[in-house]
Design a protein around this ligand. Structure first.
Ligand code: KIV
Length: 273
């Protein structure tokens, strides 16, 4: 029997995540951007698949998450949905599709839900985007908030360093987290904030708090799949635990293949018609 959930193939819903928090069961979340990896992650028992705008970095090779478009996010989300049976699938609203006004935010969220059939959306920010979140929620679309290091604001921050170390920013983060719960978000992601602050937020909120670089006091953890599988060798922040070294595995496999093709060893008699 699987040890990661009590009910290993039952569909994960926002309600189940809330129940998991209530009984102290940790929530596992990873990013996915395509059908094949979504199928593997879902089969392994992941609770939540995030079609993150980090696709801009790890799939498209951009330096930031800012360039990815709504159409591109929908393309990734559609592929992930085909591979996900059990996991709850959440899609990031990309930069520029919700900050301007709440009607645009709703239109973006509706496009994601209608065209990809995903089950929830994630938006970066607190009080500044309250109206957008509320309008999306009013349409019956579940929302995860995202506070702390919000990569879509990298040009404002100027650095990917830990956020909310100072009292003022920590207080704003706490107020934003309370606001997100109050207006009806079903969970909050906290990225790269001190563990002590994240634990306080998780203890105070009744909705799940999912951390990335936010310590063990959160109700769940999220990582970018490419980072935790070691596909992305250049990226090694302190919070990242690598569970595989796929860069090395793939490089070795490809070198082996090239050598076999060059030597004429591949294909052999049994590999041809
Ligand atoms: O886009 C993403 O991968 C994310 C996670 C870092 C939470 O938002």
């Amino acid at each position: 029997m699987s040890t990661n959930t009590t009910d290993s193939r039952r569909k994960v819903t926002t309600r189940r995540l809330s129940e998991m928090k209530q009984r102290g069961e940790k929530i596992s979340m990873l990013t996915a951007y395509d059908y094949s990896s979504a199928r593997i992650l879902d089969g392994a028992g992941i609770d939540v698949l995030l079609v993150g705008d980090s696709a801009s970095n790890v799939m498209a090779g951009n330096v930031t998450t800012l360039p990815i478009t709504l159409d591109q996010m929908i393309y990734h989300a559609k592929s992930v949905m085909k591979g996900a049976e059990r996991a709850l699938v959440v899609v990031d609203l990309p930069f520029g599709t919700y900050q301007g006004n709440s009607k645009e935010a709703l239109a973006s969220a509706i496009r994601i839900m209608k065209e990809s059939h995903a089950e929830a959306v994630k938006l970066e920010g607190g009080a500044e985007i309250r109206e957008s979140i509320q309008r999306i929620l009013c349409a019956g679309i579940p929302v995860i908030g995202h506070l702390g290091l919000t990569p879509q604001s990298i040009n404002k921050f100027g650095t990917y360093n830990v956020r909310a170390r100072e009292k003022e920013e920590a207080e704003k983060l706490m107020a934003d987290a309370r606001l997100l719960e109050e207006i009806g978000c079903f969970a909050v992601v906290l990225e790269k904030v001190p563990a002590e602050l994240a634990a306080r937020v998780a203890a105070e909120l009744s909705i799940p708090v999912i951390g990335i670089g936010a310590g063990g006091g959160c109700d769940g953890q999220v990582l970018v799949m490419h980072d935790m599988l070691g596909i992305n060798r250049e990226f090694s922040p302190r919070f990242l635990r690598r569970y595989a070294n796929l860069d090395e595995v793939m490089t070795e496999a490809v070198k082996h293949y090239i050598a076999d093709v060059k030597s004429g060893d591949f294909p052999n008699e049994s590999e041809q018609y």
